[in-house]
Design a binder for this molecule. Structure first.
Ligand code: T3D
Length: 256
């Protein structure tokens, strides 16, 4: 059985991390498969949204703590495997949804934070985990977490590593929505379908703008927005959106 399952249906690419016996802990093989999937499969024109989920009882427990047991490894070299996944998600001009049930721990939580949207099952738990084993958070957590919760909360979550429930994660803005466990699959499908029927190129441009804003001044952003709006204004979806408005009907976006 493959370590990463992938399936495309109705414009939705679902990537399922598949090591349920270790709550989908990352091995080098899985990280490389993820980086490739976000670079190749996800960029196919028929894909309009990506859902990242875990098989079995959780989302992902972070780095497999058994992979390098007893070995001295170069963390700098190994972390390039994480960097590739995080960079490929950021560069993908389509929405990526992390669908989280059960545990999202360590770099599993980092990866969830690297996605554009997070939908959590009511049974989800979040823990940064790294400090419990004497490591600092990686895989982009130090970039994404303070931007979501602010420095003081990020420090608390990273240093003390509490286990947060789905509701606590929602209150902190770590997840976009929490749905009852029994409706989780259906609600993930609904959200993915809504995005898959949307103006895909616009979503990609929104993603570019928001990512750029993290390190830009207001003046730079105003200029960048104007540049991106030129691109958005030339899409078929913009024409269709305006036409639908005139005709008082729902727009039918083709993602072009
Ligand atoms: O090292 C580097 O390359 C640098 C990069 C580091 C990135 C990181 O992600 S560091 C952080 C690594 N992750 C952790 O420290 C989390 C460890 N796991 C846990 O804290 C807990 O397992 C969970 C909170 C995720 C879930 O708790 P619970 O009680 O629901 O499950 P469990 O019973 O602890 O785990 C179930 C099984 O999964 C168990 O296996 P067993 O005993 O049934 O054979 C457990 O050993 C295994 N498992 C869980 N996490 C990992 C793991 N196996 C390998 N690696 C794991 N990270």
């Amino acid at each position: 059985m493959s370590i990463l399952l992938s399936e495309t249906h109705g414009g939705i690419l679902t990537l399922t991390m598949n090591r349920p016996e270790a709550i989908n802990a990352f091995t080098t093989e899985m990280l490389q498969a993820l980086a490739k999937a976000f670079h190749k499969e996800a960029t196919a024109p028929e894909v309009r949204v990506v859902v990242l989920r875990g098989a079995g009882r959780g989302f992902c427990s972070g780095q497999d703590l058994r992979e390098f047991a007893g070995q001295t490894i170069s963390y700098k070299a190994h972390l390039r495997n994480y960097t590739a996944v995080v960079e490929n998600i950021a560069a993908l001009e389509k929405p990526v949804i992390a669908a989280i049930h059960g545990a999202a721990a360590g770099a599993g939580m980092s990866l969830a934070l690297a996605c554009d949207l997070r939908i959590a099952s009511s049974d989800a738990i979040f823990t940064t985990g790294f400090s419990k084993i004497g490591l600092i958070p990686d895989a982009g957590m130090n970039y994404h977490l303070p931007r979501i919760v602010g420095y003081a909360k990020a420090f608390e979550l990273e240093a003390l590593s509490p286990r947060l429930s789905a509701e606590q994660a929602l209150a902190l803005g770590l997840v976009n929505r929490v749905v009852p466990a029994e409706q989780f699959t259906e609600e993930v499908g609904n959200l993915a379908a809504e995005l898959a029927a949307g103006p895909t190129k616009t979503y990609g441009l929104i993603k570019r703008a928001l990512r750029r804003s993290a390190g830009a001044t207001l003046e730079e952003m105003l200029e960048y927005e104007a540049l991106l709006q030129e691109v958005a204004s030339r899409t078929e979806d913009h024409k269709e959106g305006v036409q639908a408005f005139y005709e008082k009907r729902a727009a039918k976006f083709g993602g072009k």
